[in-house]
Ligand binder design. Structure first.
Ligand code: ATP
Length: 271
């Protein structure tokens, strides 16, 4: 299973390398590390996908309770994919997280991978359109195929509006390239069978084409706004606890909460 997504040539190469380096083939952890490093390199070479290592989990997020509850429920499926398939339970497709900058969208993608126990892959959709004019659709297909090959995984598409928003007016501006790239993505979202859970994040939902928002693409769309009092308290608690747990009792969080109305999670972390 861990060799999934690699070609015969790549597998031969990595086994040879492991043998030369004197790795113990009976030590699963050691061999997993070698395979993980090879996959990382392949993704890096693709220039579109990147493996993100993160230690964030659901406890790192203050507030966003609906979202956390939803992820916890779906984790029951995503941590038992084979059993779910056996019982013909539909695998969740993904979520769209929209909202203010600094309110925890990226944090959610990272926590999602951790609660599902899967690898987090970041897809830079802006790079796909910017760099390879004319080859964009091909690159989109390549990136999605790569994600499927490496599945099960969480595919994090950051600022999806930057890559897809041109699709509405693209007939006039880029000969329809972004519209076709967008079409490729929509069809894939609708039809994908492999366990690739998409977490797309966007700052501005009005820039997204309506086809992306209809049911059948994402399972849910979550809005993340500025934290309320209770949420600010939680966020302060999380960040103080991360940095100076010994001072948690000495700091009057309620005073800070009162003074930070209108602050985002990132602003609170700054404070
Ligand atoms: P952008 O749209 O600018 O990328 P974002 O919504 O993705 O912003 P994040 O990168 O998730 O924002 O947040 C930045 C940092 O702020 C996080 O790494 C985290 O430390 C802190 N933060 C934001 N929201 C929360 C939250 N709800 N709970 C705890 N920390 C938070």
């Amino acid at each position: 299973i861990i060799l999934r997504g690699l070609t015969e040539y790549q597998i031969n190469n990595l086994l040879e390398k492991a043998w030369f380096e004197g790795k113990d083939f009976n030590d699963f952890d050691e061999i997993s590390k070698v395979i993980g490093a090879t996959k990382k390199q392949i993704l890096k070479k693709s220039n579109l996908l990147e493996i993100i290592e993160s230690t964030e989990n659901l406890d790192s997020i203050g507030g966003l309770n609906n979202l956390k509850k939803w992820l916890k429920t779906k984790a029951k499926i995503m941590t038992n994919i084979e059993t779910a398939k056996e019982f013909e339970v539909d695998l969740p497709k993904g979520i769209l997280v929209v909202g203010m900058p600094g309110c925890g969208k990226s944090l959610t993608a990272k926590a999602c991978a951790s609660v599902f126990g899967l690898q987090l892959i970041r897809f830079d959709i802006g790079r796909l359109l910017g760099k390879y004019v004319g080859e964009s659709e091909n690159n989109m297909r390549k990136a999605l195929a790569l994600a499927e090959a490496i599945s099960p995984c969480v595919l994090w598409i950051d600022e999806i509006e930057k890559g897809l928003s041109g699709s509405q007016s693209s007939g006039r501006t880029d000969g329809g390239t972004s519209a076709r790239v967008f079409g490729t993505f929509l069809t894939w979202m609708q039809e994908k069978k492999e366990p690739v859970f998409v977490v797309a994040t966007a700052n501005d939902i009005t820039k997204l084409p309506p086809e992306l928002l209809r049911k059948g693409r994402f399972d849910e769309i979550f809005y993340v706004g500025l934290p309320n009092e209770k949420e600010r308290e939680k966020i302060f608690h999380i960040h103080i606890n991360k940095r100076r747990p010994q001072d948690l009792d000495k700091i009057r969080i309620s005073d800070l909460v009162a003074k930070t109305k209108g602050f985002s999670g990132a602003d609170i972390e700054g404070v």
